[in-house]
Design a protein around this ligand. Structure first.
Ligand code: ATP
Ligand code: MG
Length: 231
């Protein structure tokens, strides 16, 4: 299926529990995101940030209230089409036992080597890739064992840029990376924010500062909303 030309995402009074005999982990969550917006989700562990993302990516259904993309209820959109529209970058990055190039292009023939290099440059991944033996032909081990966490993150950013998805969701990792990689990651996130519609589960102050709207969650409820100057 073709990706939807993203205009608007609306959560209207969304509540959700993972099973019938457990309490709601999201309670009456409402927000609107328009094309080009940058939304940051912040809040303590277990407050429901990843659950919002999982609902939007249709990993779970059975929510109450309404979630609409371009006015269409999510339950009426085929999963494949949702996945073509949204690119989710998880905290655990999936890596294929294949070349760096493959891990960015995912083997899609339409994506040329030039496009892979451009995407990598855009997210500052080219610096470390060019130092690897074989460069873009360097073979990544299962689970990305021969890359650092920060390098794997930069690869996943390049992958998202190549995907052409209109909405990028970033579940920002908290894991410590070295300070040079940290700077690249911060600049990469700033670049992605300038190009795409983004929802970020944010831990970095720099990510939060680059957002248009910050939602603060606590125990499944939005307790504050605004930009970083207002909060
Ligand atoms: P963190 O910052 O630690 O990633 P979070 O804000 O992303 O936290 P969620 O993962 O959305 O939090 O979890 C919200 C609540 O839902 C928590 O109470 C959690 O225990 C519960 N939960 C999350 N995933 C599941 C699941 N698969 N089954 C049952 N309960 C779950
Ligand atoms: Mg989470």
């Amino acid at each position: 299926p073709e990706p939807l030309p993203l205009q608007e995402i609306v959560f209207d009074n969304v509540s959700f529990r993972y099973s019938e005999d457990t309490p709601d982990v999201l309670k009456n969550v409402s927000f609107t995101l328009k094309k080009g917006d940058r939304l940051a989700l912040v809040g303590t562990t277990g407050s429901g940030k990843s659950t919002i993302i999982k609902l939007l990516a249709k990993t779970y259904t059975g929510y109450r209230g309404s979630i609409k993309i371009n006015g269409i209820e999510l339950t009426d959109l085929p999963l494949a089409q949702v996945r073509e529209t949204i690119s989710v970058m998880q905290q655990d990055i999936f890596m294929f036992n294949n070349t760096i190039e493959f891990n960015i292009s995912l083997g899609r023939e339409a994506i040329t080597h030039e496009a892979v290099e451009q995407a990598a440059s855009f997210v500052f991944a080219n610096h470390f890739i060019n130092k690897l033996p074989g460069g873009y032909q360097f073979v990544v081990q299962d689970n990305g064992d021969n890359l650092s966490k920060g390098q794997a993150q930069l690869i996943s950013f390049a992958r998202a840029i190549c995907s052409n998805n209109e909405l990028i969701i970033l579940d920002e990792a908290t894991s410590a990376v070295d300070s040079v990689t940290e700077q690249y990651i911060q600049q990469a996130i700033a670049n992605i924010f300038s190009l795409k519609t983004v929802i970020a589960v944010a831990h970095r102050l720099s990510t939060i500062k680059n957002s248009d709207l910050i939602l603060v969650l606590e125990e499944g409820e939005i307790i504050e909303r605004g930009n970083h100057l207002e909060l």
